[in-house]
Design a protein around this ligand. Structure first.
Ligand code: NDP
Length: 274
């Protein structure tokens, strides 16, 4: 049986096995995909042991940077992101690393939610691993501006420098932001603690601004609730991003395109039913 896993710690909550199981059923693929808890100080050994037999792996918190260091070959987008969420054992035994988070976000916004990025003013909150992966694919869509705002401003400035050659990207602190924007993407981990990033509601133009929280949960996240309360045109969570990054990996591994929209719908219904 062709074997795939998602590495994380914790990983029991991961929806990746359910997503890949549905993709496999849909496309008639025979494969095994499971969650694998790696020790916090033992990801590299565990991953090498898995790849004695396994074909591919997704990588989630907190191992995306360890995964980047493990790879023999990196795609250009993983190279620039400095983080890897997808590993593949190649025919010669080498490990290839990619970062599909950004493609997942852009496809969810554009294909699932019908949001146009071209010509838009986009604000990205946070400057961690997730942001590193999404800046390049967002800039490829030619927004008029992309501002990366972070609590620790130095980190936002560093990312703006790294990606400066790819498009109109700038850095900011949270409290310098006042003017409304078209799209706000929350990539801070504030929601995990039930908090909001400290930004002004004046950034939302009622009926126009689209808000997107990379975090997802059964109930609307604190950021999505805040967005709806202040009149955002759309308040979306990151479950579609997760499904779309998985679809990108599945297509690469199995050579067939799954119907990601159908899987997203099925899993949202399952989540709502508890
Ligand atoms: P990191 O730990 O790398 O980065 C966390 C970021 O959040 C930093 O910029 C940090 O700021 C900021 N932050 C943390 N707490 C607060 C707070 N209370 N107020 C303001 N800013 C805060 O995490 P990731 O980048 O890997 O993940 C970010 C989020 O994206 C998580 O919620 C994660 O679950 C989600 N995610 C979702 C995916 C999906 O497929 N839907 C894929 C990847 C991530 P500072 O630098 O100042 O510490």
């Amino acid at each position: 049986m062709d074997r795939y896993v998602v590495f994380g710690n914790p990983v029991g909550h991961s929806k990746s096995p359910a997503i890949h199981r549905l993709f496999a059923e849909q496309t008639g693929q025979t494969m095994d995909y499971s969650a694998r808890l790696a020790p916090l100080d033992g990801f590299t050994d565990d991953a090498r042991a898995f790849f004695q037999e396994g074909l591919g792996a997704n990588v989630t918190l907190p191992f995306k940077e360890d995964a980047y260091r493990l790879c023999d070959v990196l795609t250009p987008r993983a190279q620039r992101a400095g983080a890897v969420n997808m590993l593949t054992r190649q025919a010669n035994g080498s490990i290839r690393g990619d970062n599909t988070d950004g493609v997942g976000l852009v496809r969810d916004l554009m294909n699932n939610a019908g949001v146009v990025l071209k010509g838009k003013r986009i604000l990205l909150l946070g400057a961690g691993g997730a942001v590193r992966g999404v800046v390049e694919p967002i800039l490829e869509q030619q927004p008029v501006s992309l501002v990366i705002a972070n609590r620790t401003v130095d980190k936002a400035e560093l990312l703006a420098q790294i990606f400066a050659g790819l498009g109109p990207v700038a850095a900011s602190g949270f409290d310098w932001l006042e003017e409304p924007v078209d799209i706000i993407i929350n990539a801070t981990s504030a929601s995990l603690a039930g908090d909001l990033p400290p930004i002004s509601s004046s950034l939302i133009q009622p009926g126009v601004t689209v808000c997107y929280d990379m975090m997802y949960s059964k109930e609307p996240t604190p950021f999505c609730r805040w967005a709806s309360e202040h009149g955002a045109a759309l308040a979306l969570d990151g479950f579609g991003m997760l499904v779309e990054q998985a679809a990108e990996a599945f297509t690469y591994w199995r050579g067939v395109n799954p119907d990601s929209k159908a899987v997203l719908q099925t899993l949202r219904q399952e989540m709502a039913a508890g």
